[in-house]
Design a protein around this ligand. Structure first.
Ligand code: F6R
Length: 310
């Protein structure tokens, strides 16, 4: 499949309806996942506030994991060693184990795996990776998902200003810096990782209001500031306090913050429409740079090398 088709498929992915089974009682959620798969856990953490959600993106798991933990392993390939090891440790602790994967070793060890379609780059499968968890936990209903699908279907995101952003980053050889706002920290990070993996450029992400307590000092300074291209991601309707912060930061630090807004009336639609916009911008930047957005050979080679015995 052409990579652009993978990006376009997000709307269809949101119609996936296999869900993880939720235990009657649990005290906390631990989500294990790396890279493009791990993003689904980050989105969950931005979204779900009923119980603590802890993300694991290494081999270890928190000490508190026990039989009252809902442990969700997310790995598109099902063979990522950190996720497999974290899952093994959670099993030892007697947690409720669920998985979202296309198969691999993870599907062999977790009986309750939701199997999602193969043939995508893990990072392009963000809809398949998210829906089984969101719908399983009842975090979104059909009408919210339908609204989001309609927005993704209806808007031609592949036109300006997304090409313009990519063009300006390319022409100025800039490093993208993405500022999230409350509820959209995971999306800012997703943009960063898509710039990394699709366009093969370094990128950085952080969020309002935290950045006002540290990054602001560097923003105000002139040290290499021109080498960066700043985005701020906001929902369609932004809290007054956050809007004020964005305006004042931009004025005081004399910096252009290119604002990109989400679409629709829910956090879910804002998250997924912004993910989609970022995917397009990183794709256009890859095109400009003449690099293959699909290619992640080094990540794969690294995994092979790590599996070899010393
Ligand atoms: C590749 C990609 C990577 C992988 C990561 C973990 O498209 O996005 O970030 O997602 O290396 O692999 P999986 O997702 O198979 O567990």
């Amino acid at each position: 499949m052409e990579y652009i088709e993978e990006i376009r498929s997000l709307e269809r992915q949101l119609s996936f309806r296999k869900v993880i089974e939720i235990p009657d009682h649990f005290d906390n959620i631990v989500v294990a996942g790396m890279g493009g798969s791990g993003i689904a856990g980050m989105i969950l953490r931005d979204f779900y506030t009923e119980k603590p959600v802890i993300l694991v993106n290494s081999y270890g798991i928190p000490d508190f994991v026990d039989s009252k933990t809902l442990f969700i392993a997310i790995s598109y390939s099902g063979n990522t060693e950190e996720t497999l090891e974290a899952t093994r440790r959670a099993m030892e602790k007697g947690a409720h184990i669920r998985a979202v994967t296309t198969g691999g070793r993870l599907a062999e060890v977790v009986d309750e795996s939701v199997i999602i379609p193969e043939g995508y780059q893990p990072r392009s499968a963000v809809g398949f990776l998210t829906i089984p968890i969101f719908m399983g936990l009842g975090l979104v209903d059909e009408s919210e998902v339908e609204e989001t699908r309609k927005l993704l279907r209806g808007s031609d995101l592949s036109v300006d200003p997304f090409r313009k952003f990519a063009g300006e980053i390319f022409d100025g050889e800039k490093i993208p810096v993405i500022f999230g706002t409350p509820g959209l920290g995971s999306v800012a990070y997703r943009w960063k990782t898509q710039f990394n993996e699709n366009a093969k450029v370094l990128a950085y992400s952080t969020s309002f209001p935290e950045l006002n307590h540290n990054d602001t000092m560097a923003l105000e300074n002139t040290y290499r500031k021109d080498e960066f291209y700043f985005f701020v991601l906001t929902p369609k309707s932004v809290e007054k306090e956050i809007n004020k912060r964005i305006r004042i930061t931009s004025e005081l630090c004399r910096v252009v913050l290119n604002r990109v807004e989400g679409e629709g009336s829910t956090l879910f639609s804002n998250i997924f429409s912004l993910i989609h916009k970022g995917d397009y911008i990183s794709y256009f930047l890859a095109q400009k740079r003449g690099v293959d957005p699909r290619n992640v050979k080094i990540i794969e080679k690294l995994k092979v090398e790590l599996k070899k015995q010393d």
